[in-house]
Design a binder for this molecule. Structure first.
Ligand code: ME8
Length: 526
């Protein structure tokens, strides 16, 4: 494992408010950042907003405000939402910030001086909502955007181009030599077959038909085309191209820093093809991995801000708590595959995993320790086969979890922890503590309690990057001191003898599926 970690989300367009899809990507990155910090890895986590471009300019005009006023308002909402979702980002970059504008101009100048960029003419099909040019083949006979399905229009203008062929051999070599450069692995074939094999055109990197962008110093009638501007954020946020580039040196420039970009399938080509080429042109190292996550739809319909069929995370957080929302996103969908948001899935997942499997185990265990042992965790003595089985499973769970999380397989890692919780619940049924108590078999009863506390605390630590609000509550409920809260105790078995346990309100009340699905449907239909 490298000893530093730099993880980024896409910088989102503040063209409308964030929906559950944006929350999904940001929460997944937050979980990975928190996991790395838990493991003692020096971590830097970046998110932000991509504020230039024709679409923003047009939206601001429609609203009768300046583009800057327009983006200021929406960017503030993104920042608020990330607070509500307890996102632990170290920085929030906005592409209209001076630090970014100046550094991006340096990026352009350097590529231009390097003869990677030349002035030409662009004629192509443009999709304004997606800020993307498309070729004849891509838009087909109906002239529809391959990404969003809306009509595109022809545009011809003088423009700067980036020479993609110059760096293609290096990109192909990287893709070959580093099989984990694009994850999940299947995405690599998609990139090759859809974009690279049919022939890669040079990329248009400037526009003259609107002015809401980073001005190109070499030719001020041009503004930078949004993708060169946007992608550069991953290095400008670290101070690349500025006088204060200590973060850049510390993270990007250090080969011992693992760099991970997490992006949705809709924008993977920009990250997998063009971004590595820009970096190579700048003489910089490439990220270690571009992880392409799937897109969520809403009851089978593509979710999209501009279409308006979206679920906002805020009312969900208000009603069910931040942990339920984070858990649902992280556990329900295999990270890397597309998924479907439905109210039933949300309510059922919350009940099954959080109320029943986890919350109930915490409640039952604390109630039994209060009842049978005056609230003091007993010692594990001469364990039987049952206890030994849980010990082996706990060790295995920790290992599996760590391997999965290091490999960005978040949902698989969480599933493994869920299995430990299942086993602990089953262990209660098999051990029948109420019978042990009745028959005065106190040592055996004590073993069961010690093992249950260990299972709960270990699982809570492993889940703490997700369950940010409940984890500290569980630690308090089982009387953990600061030393005991440390992650490394997951490698020990039953070190909580003598801890004071208290009873608390249920962590996750059971949801009435009918009532809650109606509620969620009412907030997600437009
Ligand atoms: O593309 N399901 O910004 P954007 C899951 N500014 N994730 C979703 C989603 C959905 N239905 N909808 C959006 C841009 N996302 C550019 C990025 S990066 C240098 C520039 C997430 O606001 C997903 O991560 O359209 C997707 O890639 C991203 O939001 C696109 O956000």
């Amino acid at each position: 494992m490298k000893n530093k970690f730099y993880i980024t989300t896409p910088i989102y367009y503040p063209s409308a408010e964030a929906h559950i899809g944006h929350a999904y990507c940001t929460v997944m990155c937050d979980i990975l950042a928190r996991y790395k910090r838990l493991r003692g890895v020096e971590t830097y986590f970046l998110t932000g907003t991509d504020e230039h471009g024709q679409k923003i300019q047009e939206k601001a005009k429609d609203k009768g405000v300046t583009p800057q006023q327009y983006v200021d308002e929406i960017a503030a909402k993104f920042i608020d939402l990330w607070k509500e979702l307890r996102i632990s980002n170290d920085d929030f970059i906005r592409t209209t910030q001076d630090r970014h504008v100046k550094a991006t101009q340096k990026v352009f100048s350097k590529l231009f001086a390097n003869d990677d960029i030349y002035l030409g003419k662009y004629e192509g099909w443009y999709c304004t909502p997606c800020e993307s040019f498309w070729t004849d083949t891509q838009v087909g006979e109906d002239h529809l955007c391959p990404d969003c399905g809306r009509p595109v229009h022809k545009e011809v203008e003088e423009a700067y181009f980036f020479k993609t062929q110059k760096y293609l051999p290096q990109l192909l070599k990287e893709m070959d030599e580093n099989p984990k450069f694009i994850l999940p692995i299947a995405r690599k074939n998609e990139m090759m077959n859809t974009f690279i094999k049919p022939g890669l055109n040079d990329l248009c990197v400037s526009r003259t038909s609107f002015d809401w962008g980073v001005p190109i110093l070499e030719n001020p009638k041009h503004v930078m085309y949004v993708w060169l501007d946007a992608l550069s954020n991953y290095i400008t946020a670290l101070g690349y191209g500025s006088d204060n580039d200590s973060l850049f040196k510390k993270f990007w420039a250090d080969p011992n820093c693992e760099i991970v970009h997490v992006v949705g399938a809709d924008i993977s080509r920009f990250h997998v093809i063009y971004w590595p080429m820009f970096l190579t042109g700048l003489g910089l190292r490439l990220p270690d991995r571009v992880f392409v996550h799937g897109l969520l739809d809403l009851n089978g319909d593509k979710m999209s801000k501009s279409k308006g069929n979206v679920v906002s995370p805020l009312p969900l957080i208000k009603r069910y708590g931040v942990d339920a929302v984070r858990w649902f996103l992280a556990r329900e969908f295999a990270f890397g595959s597309d998924g479907r948001f439905t109210s039933e899935l949300f309510a059922e997942r919350t009940n099954m995993d959080l109320a029943n499997n986890f919350g109930n185990l915490v409640n039952r265990t604390s109630a039994m320790i209060v009842k049978y042992f005056d609230g003091v965790v007993p010692e594990l003595r001469s364990p039987s086969e049952k206890e030994e089985n849980i010990r082996v499973l706990t060790e295995k769970t920790v290992k599996t979890y760590e391997i999965c999380m290091d490999d960005l397989k978040v949902s698989e890692g969480l599933t493994a922890v869920g299995e430990l919780l299942n086993a602990a619940n089953k262990y209660i049924e098999e051990s029948q503590p109420w019978v042990l108590s009745k028959e005065g078999r106190i040592e055996e009863l004590g073993n069961v309690m010690a093992v249950l506390v260990n299972s709960i605390v270990t699982a809570t630590k492993l889940l703490s990057p997700v369950l940010v609000e409940s984890a500290p509550k569980v630690y308090a409920q089982f009387g953990l001191n600061k030393e005991q809260e440390k992650y490394d105790l997951v490698y020990e078995f039953c070190p909580f003898k003598g801890n004071k346990v208290s009873r608390c309100d249920p962590l996750f009340p059971r949801l009435d599926i009918k009532v809650e699905t109606e509620y969620i449907d009412s907030i997600s239909k437009h």
